[in-house]
Design a protein around this ligand. Structure first.
Ligand SMILES: [Zn+2]
Length: 281
């Protein structure tokens, strides 16, 4: 657990999965990215699933919902899902049940971020996993997830988010949801992606979501093939990584296979990541 002013940040885990290394690094040649994240026999790189629990103002806020139960064996094999414990297991280990989550911030609704936002019901169908939680998303998130776009269609699974309708709070851009706890729209990975900022007592932490998923994505041009607007992602990284170094932010990474929380520090002309807390798997 890390404290940023009055706010507690707990790294959680939903285990590991694998995505195609080429797709994770866009135009970067394999000879370069492979040195940072080696590929398996199916050309996949191993990634973690690192949701975050924020405790602030007496509330429990879950940031991202992991990859979910996904009982389909083909899905589990294709995405190399491997875990000792799930996101609900992690919450339980902290003494938290589903009804204890007050707010959920999905960075976006891709299936590896919205997995546990709903759960299969014994009688069939899906219902919200966290029955009392308000789900905070950027305006346009729903529409984008339902868009008939052949290039992005495969990243969304409707049962992850359609059952949440009626409990969603829509925000535009940056908004303070609880004292010191902000969401902020960062178009690029998807049009309505959001990051989470904690500002408390002069300290700052940022959960980057898929804007900067692993330490291997630190360089601005190392952006994902999945990104809808790669140019915007690269420009945002130039600005935010510099600020993270200058202002010594605690940086939370959603998919880094080793580190859940890091600080970015100067390394000659470059920037490198120094681990603050390892993945909680
Ligand atoms: Zn994504």
């Amino acid at each position: 657990m890390q404290k940023v002013g009055d706010v507690e940040l707990h790294a959680l885990s939903d285990g590991f999965f694998g995505l195609d290394g080429g797709a994770m690094f866009g135009i970067v040649p394999r000879t370069a990215w492979e040195k940072k994240l080696p590929a398996d026999d199916c050309h996949r790189v191993r990634l973690s699933l690192n949701p975050l629990l924020i405790r602030a103002a007496g509330k429990n806020i879950l940031v991202d919902g992991g990859i979910g139960e996904r009982p389909d064996p083909k899905f589990r094999t294709n995405y190399a899902i491997a875990r000792r414990r799930t996101l609900p297991d992690c919450l339980k280990a902290m003494g938290l049940g589903p009804e204890d989550i007050d707010i959920v911030f999905p960075s976006h609704l891709h299936f590896d971020h919205a997995g546990w936002l709903t759960s299969r019901q014994p009688g069939g169908g899906h219902a919200p996993t966290f029955p009392k939680a308000t789900v905070v998303v950027q305006e346009g998130t729903w529409e984008e997830a339902l868009e008939e776009n052949p290039r992005t269609r495969g990243s969304f699974i409707e049962t992850d988010f359609l059952p949440l309708e009626g409990r969603v709070k829509i925000v535009r851009g940056a908004e303070e949801i609880l004292p010191g706890v902000w969401v902020e729209g960062t178009s690029g990975h998807v049009k309505h992606h959001q990051i989470v900022r904690i500002r408390s007592k002069g300290r700052q932490a940022v959960y980057f979501g898929d804007l900067l998923p692993t330490t291997a994505h630190l360089r601005p041009a190392w952006v994902m093939g999945y990104d809808v607007y790669p140019k915007e992602v690269a420009a945002l990284k130039v600005r935010l990584v510099k600020q993270a170094v200058d202002e010594e932010w605690l940086v939370c990474l959603d998919h880094d296979p080793k580190s859940a929380m890091v600080r970015f520090v100067p390394d000659g002309k470059d920037v490198k990541a120094v681990e603050v807390e390892g993945v909680a798997a």
